[in-house]
Design a protein around this ligand. Structure first.
Ligand code: PAF
Length: 281
């Protein structure tokens, strides 16, 4: 695996891949890679000739009271893991390379970024949209792979790629889960063993919501209540939201019909957990 730290070299490397007739699969990450990232890298490898992983903990998407300093990092292990999953290149720029002195541009996606994570974490999606627009501009024509675990983020990224005419096909990939249902996340390291045992309640709540949605003529509120009832039974879990939305607009559902997405965010100890599940009724 070749590790690259400058934008100029990254661009040159991926341009050379395309010039040699090889398609590029991009997997943007913030590092501390786990099997969920592994699945993205492997999918990119199955669909593209060359897999390029980015590892950059993006300060712009963390709020002032969030975990930027504590965010887990291990570039050496990430490079080995990315290579074992089939990546040829890893781009790991320092912060000053990604955000050069004097930069004045941020990218704001309206609409899909407004509620849920956007409301809970002001400025978060501007940070995500800005860095992803830069990563896409730096990488050039490619397919880019993102997990559905961050479902709203995926919607924001799809929108920005279309709106800015970026030559990138955005591919959403299913969430990878532990055997007990907990969605894989680099932030799961914040859970104590006792909290780790409680955390799969989010998945159980989503399943209860999906079951409710599939019942005869349910209301959207019945789906919401099915989720909150399960979450209420877990000690130490503070729910930020548990909602059912239109999977395309991310607006709260008024009727249980069409492509829907159930979204949950909850705090458990030091960790803030998010998860989601789709259902078509
Ligand atoms: O999902 C992530 O890891 C990050 O939000 C992303 C998309 C790499 C942007 O920093």
């Amino acid at each position: 695996v070749e590790v690259i730290s400058t934008v100029a070299r990254w661009r040159k490397t991926l341009d050379a891949e395309r010039a040699a007739g090889r398609s590029v699969g991009l997997v943007p990450t913030m590092g501390y890679l786990h099997a969920g990232h592994g699945a993205l890298i492997e999918r990119a490898g199955a669909e593209c000739d060359t897999v390029a992983v980015t590892v950059f903990v993006n300060p712009l998407q963390f709020g002032p009271a969030e975990d930027l300093a504590a965010y887990p990092r291990d570039l050496e292990a990430d490079v080995v893991f990315a290579g074992s999953c089939g990546a040829a290149f890893v781009f790991a720029p320092p912060v000053e390379e990604m955000y050069r002195a004097g930069a004045q541009t941020t990218v704001h996606v309206a609409g899909v970024s407004a509620g849920f994570e956007g409301a809970s974490r002001p400025g978060h999606f501007d940070g995500v949209a800005t860095v992803v627009a830069k990563l896409f501009a730096q990488a050039g024509p490619c397919r880019a792979y993102f997990g559905e675990k961050d479902f709203q983020q995926l919607a924001v990224i799809r929108q920005l790629a279309v709106d800015l005419d970026l030559p990138v096909e955005v591919v959403g990939c299913p969430t990878v889960r532990e055997a007990d249902g907990l969605a894989l996340s680099s932030r799961n390291v914040y859970l104590t063993p006792a909290e780790r045992a409680i955390a799969p309640v989010l998945h159980r709540a989503l399943e209860a919501g999906v079951d409710a949605a599939r019942r005869e003529r349910p209301t959207a509120d019945a789906v919401r209540s099915a989720m909150t009832a399960v979450l209420a039974g877990a000690s130490g879990v503070t729910v930020e939201y548990a909602d059912v939305v239109d999977a395309h607009t991310l607006l709260p559902a008024t009727e249980v019909i069409g492509d829907l997405r159930l979204l949950i965010a909850a705090r458990l100890g030091r960790a803030r957990l998010i998860d989601n599940m789709g259902v078509t009724v």
